[in-house]
Design a protein around this ligand. Structure first.
Ligand code: PHB
Length: 395
């Protein structure tokens, strides 16, 4: 009798010693490297809350594994910090996936790290075309800037715009926007009468806007990273009387970001943009996403935008991979599972191009209007199944 008691005591001791190990094996860790502080803090918040919205809707366990997010803040565009955080997440925290990356320089810096470690990296925003060419372990669920810039050029041409001035942020996605817009616009007979690039950090738009005004184009095409910069640009554009002078403002939808649209106010009314996601998108999937986002946000992160939607899709991809691999994550098998993956996103039908590991999706032409008393990017035209045209241009 005594012996049996002793044995079971040992058994319990052994079990509890093994418990952390067993628990570790039942968890899949996703390292989220993004901007959670500084002027781009909304990027990380939107992406993470979008990811959590997916978990609110689908539960936190898949294929018997509990999904755990580990977030790390780059503090802004900081490639060296992003690289270090990714290395630590892989070696110390043993994450099976990396995700996040609002800004291009942060995503670019991590490419060699995931190549070396063979860890799948899902880009939830950063949109410079070349990012996915930097490592076979990168897939992207957001967009590429050329993918949304080409349809904007085509719409402008169809609607009688013949002369455009371009203004873009002076880094990867801005240069992609300028290159692709100009290429598509000129190919259709349009003329670019001037081009300007503004700094990524602390831009002052007064001089740029004045130069556009003096050049008197029919329209100005703009790419600026979503958030504060769009607010500042639109304010300066109106204060300097460009709309009054009849100059149209066309852009990728980053500028009328749903998260800050209300703050930009009535001057945005009538603005035309091309983009892959609008919070006003009319579908059952989007309605469910908005509801889940509200729950996940607990009122803390404001209105969801395209980064939140991409965060949600980041988790859609991760859950599907975990399911397909029965919870046993291997980098090469994960990437094979992602290639060609198809699903219905809150933005509409999407799939991952197996050749580029970039998302293929509908690009919508939208106009800012009042909907139920609130400003909204209302979709009124679209181009279906758009691949990234930027890869061709870069060859
Ligand atoms: C990027 O850095 O790639 C980026 C940032 C903000 C955007 C789009 C792209 O709105």
């Amino acid at each position: 009798m005594k012996k049996r008691v002793m044995l079971s005591a040992i058994g319990i001791a052994m079990l509890s010693a093994l418990a952390p190990l067993a628990q570790g094996q039942d968890v899949i860790k996703v390292g989220v490297v993004a901007e959670f502080s500084g002027p781009f803090a909304a990027y990380g918040q939107q992406i993470e809350t979008g990811m959590r919205a997916y978990m609110v809707q689908h539960g936190d366990t898949v294929a018997g594994k509990k999904i755990e997010l580990i977030t790390r803040d780059t503090g802004g565009p900081a490639p060296e910090v992003a690289k270090r955080l990714a290395q630590e997440l892989i070696t110390r925290d043993k994450v099976q996936f990396l995700a996040g990356f609002g800004l291009t320089p942060n995503a670019m810096a991590v490419a060699p790290v995931v190549s070396e470690a063979k860890v799948p990296m899902i880009v939830s925003n950063a949109a410079t075309s070349a990012i996915t060419t930097r490592s076979p372990y990168i897939a992207r669920v957001s967009m590429t800037i050329p993918q949304v810039s080409a349809p904007m050029a085509q719409w402008a041409l169809k609607n009688g715009v013949k002369q455009v001035f371009t203004v873009v942020a002076d880094y990867g996605p801005g240069i992609d926007a300028e290159t692709q817009f100009s290429k598509s616009f000129k190919a259709g007979g349009g003329e670019i009468i001037g081009s300007l690039r503004t700094p990524l950090q602390n831009p002052d738009f007064a001089a740029a806007v004045q130069r556009v005004k003096d050049a008197k184009p029919q329209a100005v095409f703009v790419f600026l990273p979503a958030g504060e910069q769009g607010i500042a640009f639109v304010k300066t554009f109106n204060e300097r009387g460009l709309s009054a002078a009849g100059i149209k403002l066309i852009a990728t939808g980053d500028i009328t970001d749903d998260h800050v649209l209300e703050a930009m106010g009535e001057p945005t009314l009538g603005m035309i943009t091309a983009f892959h996601y609008s919070a006003a998108h009319d579908s059952a999937e989007n309605a469910a996403f908005l509801k889940a986002y509200e729950k996940a946000s607990e009122g803390k992160t404001g209105k969801p935008n395209f980064m939140a939607a991409a965060g949600y899709d980041t988790m859609a991809v991760i859950y599907e991979v975990v399911k397909k691999l029965h919870g046993d994550i291997d980098g090469d098998k994960a990437m094979a599972a992602i290639k060609g993956m198809k699903w219905t996103s809150p933005r509409g039908p999407v799939w991952i191009d197996p050749e580029t590991r970039d998302i293929v999706q509908t690009v919508y032409i939208r106009k800012v209007e009042k909907k139920d008393g609130k400003l909204a990017n209302v979709e009124f035209d679209k181009v279906a199944d758009v691949k990234d045209p930027g890869k061709e241009a870069a060859k």
